[in-house]
Design a protein around this ligand. Structure first.
Ligand code: HEM
Ligand code: HEM
Length: 166
């Protein structure tokens, strides 16, 4: 398929839906802790509402990121911006790539820690969750730089699409 000049409407919807779900995960991440501490001290599962919500939403994020990556591969988008520093362009691609990798690794390490009884994985999970926060900070700052300093309309690529569906 030839590269498109914009994201499809479905890609835009998934981007913002995932942002909402990931924000929710951070805001309520503490709610997984009582059930998790019960599990590591007694070796028995204790599915508190907090555990269920964290696991279900986290697994949904995993499903959405896989779907989104498949869509990205089937629907390549030209993301170069005219007159933009090629190094910053490369940096933004790297941040996107790392964000995809980390959005897959966080739920996987969480699932392995919880159901596979691998406590060290929970440390990796927490470190990756911190790393994703950093990536989101750089990414969102970049988007705001385009919007308010360069005024190049990049943000609109993730807001509105002329094409519908995929
Ligand atoms: C997008 C997906 C996810 C995000 C952003 C996320 C984020 C987090 C964060 C920030 C914490 C630290 C909580 C704190 O110390 O206050 C945490 C803990 C934890 N999460 Fe997730 N999580 C995700 C998915 C999952 C999934 C799918 C599971 C599967 C069971 C899971 C299992 C756990 C466990 C067991 C802990 C406790 C680890 C510990 O304290 O050592 N997470 N998560
Ligand atoms: C949880 C938070 C977020 C995550 C994980 C995330 C992740 C991503 C990823 C992976 C891409 C690359 C899409 C692709 O090319 O396949 C992307 C694109 C984009 N994101 Fe985000 N994003 C988040 C929040 C935000 C926020 C808060 C903004 C605005 C302030 C934003 C604005 C954009 C824009 C404008 C693009 C398109 C960039 C381009 O066309 O080069 N994102 N996002």
């Amino acid at each position: 398929m030839p590269p498109a000049s914009e994201y499809a409407a479905a890609q835009i919807r998934i981007h913002w839906a995932m942002m909402a779900l990931i924000t929710f995960q951070y805001l309520l991440s503490y709610s997984v802790l009582p059930g998790w501490h019960y599990l590591i001290t007694t070796n028995d599962f204790f599915f508190t509402p907090g555990v269920i919500v964290h696991v279900v939403i986290g697994t949904l994020v995993l499903a959405l990121v896989v779907w989104r990556m498949a869509m990205r591969l089937r629907h390549p988008v030209v993301t170069e911006i005219e007159g933009f520093d090629p190094w910053l362009e490369k940096l933004s691609h790297l941040v996107h790539l790392c964000a995809y990798a980390v959005m897959i690794a966080i739920p996987l390490t969480g699932l392995v820690a919880y159901f596979g009884d691998l406590i060290p994985m929970s440390v990796v999970h927490n470190v990756l969750a911190l790393g994703l926060l950093g990536l989101i900070g750089v990414h969102a700052s970049g988007a705001l730089y385009h919007q308010f300093i360069r005024h190049d309309g990049l943000l609109m690529r993730m807001v509105k699409s002329e094409s519908s569906g995929q």
